[in-house]
Write a protein that binds this ligand. Structure first.
Ligand SMILES: NC(=O)c1ccc[n+]([C@@H]2O[C@H](COP(=O)([O-])OP(=O)(O)OC[C@H]3O[C@@H](n4cnc5c(N)ncnc54)[C@H](OP(=O)(O)O)[C@@H]3O)[C@@H](O)[C@H]2O)c1
Length: 266
């Protein structure tokens, strides 16, 4: 199916991460131009920059800085033209489990700053440029998580940020977007477990891995490409032009989590 993505300019945050790289590859295969935002790992982007020198632009931005976000959008537009698609994919998830009773304010604020405020700022800046350049079909895809739907014990900071994006933010933005961009849409892709650097360390724990599989009907975790193809579908005005405000789960059918190991239940 032709997704109509040729020559569209995609701004992808967290492009240097596991889901980011795979998503960038798929957009490039569809003929899109892409700005690849990274924070600390430019090396991950080198193969794509070499293979597609005319349709890629890499920009560093720490999403904890409002100025860095604004500058990255300005440079991206200068380099590849007005942005048609934003994929807000960056994120942090602290591997170590910390219950609320033990969580310090620093961790809480850091996670919300990156995972929630960073997405708000990127959406705001992309809306402003869509207004400036009269983009009529701005498409935004935000990467949420099942943690934002079910909660995640030991990771309340992350679950809260993702929940805020998935419910309050998504549903407000979908109603505001057409006032800025006539056919503008926003959707959430909510993965369960995905094999990327973010989750690999936790999944090395065989007990946890088994417990994870016990919650998934398909008995497997996702590959980054499973998530990337959902992102491409929703980003396409041709394929998903009447889809807005949806939460698209990529979970293998997971609908909740086991809370206790075999030994913890009498
Ligand atoms: N993996 C999973 O199991 C899973 C499950 C559900 C949802 N998700 C979500 O999927 C998205 C992508 O995750 P992933 O698995 O691909 O993770 P990943 O491989 O750890 O990649 C995370 C990305 O976020 C960027 N990033 C982190 N802190 C940043 C900051 N302060 N400023 C700017 N960028 C920053 C990283 O940039 P650098 O590497 O350049 O520093 C990297 O590109 C995230 O939103 C995550 O919450 C993942």
């Amino acid at each position: 199916m032709d997704l109509g993505l040729e020559n569209k300019h995609v701004f992808l945050t967290g492009a240097s991460g596991g889901i980011g790289i795979e998503t960038a590859k798929m957009f490039l295969q569809e003929g899109a131009k892409i700005t690849l935002q990274y924070h600390s790992n430019p090396d991950a982007l080198q193969p794509l920059l070499k293979e597609f020198p005319n349709r890629t632009y890499a920009v560093r931005a720490d999403v904890r800085s409002e100025d860095a976000i604004i500058n990255s959008i300005t440079k991206s537009v200068e380099k590849l033209g007005p942005i048609h698609i934003l994929v807000a994919n960056h994120g942090i998830w602290i591997t170590e489990e910390t219950n609320i009773v033990d969580m310090d304010l620093k961790q809480w604020e850091e996670t919300l700053r990156v995972d929630l405020t960073g997405v708000f700022l990127y959406c705001r800046e992309v809306l402003r440029q869509a207004k400036k350049f009269s983009i009529s079909d701005l498409s935004i895809v935000i990467i949420g998580s099942t943690a934002g739907i079910f909660g995640e014990a030991g990771h309340s900071d992350y679950a809260s940020a993702k929940s805020a994006l998935t419910y309050g933010f998504l549903r407000s933005l979908k109603n505001e977007l057409p006032r800025v961009s006539k056919n503008g849409r926003v959707n959430i892709v909510a993965p369960g477990w995905v094999l990327t650097p973010m989750a690999e360390k936790a999944l090395e724990d065989k007990t946890l891995f088994k417990r994870v599989l016990q919650t998934i009907p398909l008995k497997k975790v996702a590959k980054p490409a499973d998530v990337a193809s959902a992102i491409l579908f929703l980003s396409s005005s041709k394929a998903a032009g009447h889809v807005s405000g949806e939460i698209f789960e990529v979970t293998g059918g997971m609908e909740g989590r086991l809370l206790y190991t075999d030994n913890e239940v009498g």
